[in-house]
Design a protein around this ligand. Structure first.
Ligand code: NAP
Length: 482
């Protein structure tokens, strides 16, 4: 029995009443209990939101960066102050353990803070002309209305990583969050409202992805679609955007290798490999998908991984001490099970399987598993598992392992563990990835550019001063002075 309706469509500074015949239920993935119903919007609401964003664009883009930054600062501050409550909402709808959720909210506020600072720094260029009587200026201009589409795995930070730079640059936005996790998006919009965001600058639509996407793709007022999600949907958006030569910026899936060399610090490698693989229960675009370990340290490292995994508590993310929550859906659990079955059929051996969880929990739980003897033909070694399955393969030769690590269409993140500086540079330079972590598995921070190459992304980076570039067009003003 659903008891509540939550307004989730926000257009031109107004929350639309929920039409009870068009709703969608949000469930807690740990208990499968309904949390609330939200509105299920479509083409019409999206068109209205785009109109509102379009009407708000001139005034917002003509404000000074300083004026925009004040609102972003305030939003960042409000978010940080409310991190615990926002974290609880995030955990309820998404499942991740509360400390991770609160950490995500603080990180999300960090993006707003960073772009509050960047808002005043949209520098242009003065180009010395080859003609004596000409002057050439390059002026950055906000691109216009932006359609932002985000996934469920980081329901807070994936939004502010897009909206922070978009708003700082002077763009207005129509946001479509994931249907699994609209509640964090609603809270973020309320924070913007409280921070004094003018009506129409940020608009929110929940509902029919296909219809919302189609309107964003075909409506000429939308100048850029910024998308984070699967490579399959990213390809679809890229194809459809071609009709209008609409700009799309894509942050897509990954298949990150970790390479542990013979000189790696074993304790550090084991702790960080576990943190990378099992953060958000493996549902992270940059989480380790496969571990290559040098034959000489394989037994010792595997034993440490087993010990660490078996010490992790599984359960509801709201319970004290839980490090592994549920997965997002039944389909996600089935995918992990299918990858594990395929690996076992092809000769993998289970090294460790996590603890049991509270039997009363009816949610999408899945035992975390480490397997060894992984071979290149296993599905888990090639496809994004997006769940708690960690395959290990041994290697002996540096060149050979680099070749294996690069043998994928993905190119988001890769990690190496070594204490050798020359090897660090040699290997990091040869890995075909947008990001390489060296004894580090957390490259996502507000001040640095995040993004993939190959089929893991296209368009610009998110984060850092680079993150503003996607939202600014460079206009040339060529002036004859004679
Ligand atoms: P997804 O299925 O591609 O969905 C992402 C978003 O796109 C959702 O809001 C979804 O809404 C929407 N969508 C789906 N079809 C659409 C369409 N035809 N038009 C418009 N919007 C559409 O991905 P996901 O399962 O939510 O997220 C997991 C994926 O995201 C993984 O592959 C992960 O690696 C990737 N990811 C990448 C990064 C990065 O920075 N590179 C970060 C986080 C996650 P519906 O669910 O309603 O269809």
């Amino acid at each position: 029995m659903i008891s509540t309706l939550t307004k989730s469509i926000y257009i031109n500074g107004e929350w639309l009443e929920v039409d009870e015949s068009k709703t969608q239920t949000i469930y807690n993935p740990a208990t499968l209990e309904p949390i609330t119903d939200v509105a299920y919007g479509g083409k019409e609401e999206t068109r209205e939101a785009i109109n509102a964003a379009s009407n708000a664009f001139p005034a917002w883009s003509e404000m000074t960066g300083r004026q925009r930054s004040r609102i972003l600062y305030k939003a960042a501050e409000l978010m940080r102050k409310d991190a615990k409550r926002l974290g609880e909402i995030l955990t309820k709808e998404q499942g991740k353990p509360l400390p991770e959720a609160v950490g995500e909210v603080k990180g999300a506020a960090g993006f707003l803070l960073w772009y509050a600072e960047e808002a005043s720094r949209g520098y242009g260029e003065w180009i010395p002309s080859s003609v004596k009587t000409k002057r050439m200026l390059v002026v950055p201009k906000p691109i216009g209305v932006v359609g932002a589409i985000t996934p469920w795995n980081f329901p807070s930070s994936m939004i502010t990583r897009k909206l922070g730079p978009a708003l700082a640059a002077g763009c207005t936005v129509v946001l479509k969050p994931s249907p699994e996790t609209p509640l964090s998006a609603i809270e973020i919009v309320k924070i913007f409202e409280e921070a004094g965001m003018p009506p129409g600058v940020v608009n929110l639509i929940t509902g029919d992805a296909q219809a919302i996407g189609e309107e964003m793709l075909t409506n000429k007022d939308v100048k850029l679609i910024t998308f984070t999600g699967s490579t399959a949907v990213g390809k679809y958006l890229m194809r459809e955007a071609a009709d209008q030569v609409k700009k799309v910026s894509l942050e897509l899936g990954g298949h990150a290798p970790i390479i542990a060399f013979e000189d790696a610090n074993l304790e550090k490698t084991a702790s960080l490999a576990i943190a990378s693989k099992f953060r958000n229960n493996g549902q992270t675009c940059i989480c380790a998908n496969r571990l290559y370990v040098h034959e000489s340290i394989a037994d010792e490292l595997t034993a440490l991984l087993k010990e660490k995994l078996e010490a992790m508590k599984i359960g509801s993310g709201l319970e004290e001490g839980v490090e592994l929550g549920p997965l997002i859906s039944e389909k996600a659990v089935e995918k992990v099970e299918a990858h594990l079955a395929d690996a076992l059929e092809k000769g993998a051996e289970v090294v460790a399987s996590g603890n049991e969880w509270d039997g009363d929990l009816k949610g999408y739980f899945c035992p975390p598993t480490i397997v060894k003897n992984a071979t290149d033909d296993m599905v888990v070694m090639n496809e994004e598992t997006f769940g708690p399955l960690f395959p290990i393969q041994t290697f002996t030769d540096e060149d050979e392992v680099i070749k294996k690590a690069n043998n994928t269409d993905y190119g988001l993140a890769a990690y190496i563990f070594t204490e050798n500086t020359a090897r660090t540079l040699r290997v990091a330079e040869k890995l075909d990835y947008g990001m390489v972590g060296v004894n580090d598995v957390f490259p996502s921070v507000p001040e640095a550019p995040f993004g993939g190459i190959k089929q893991s992304g296209s368009g610009g980076k998110e984060g850092g001063h680079h993150g503003m570039d996607e939202f600014l067009e460079k206009k040339l003003i060529s002036i004859a002075i004679n």
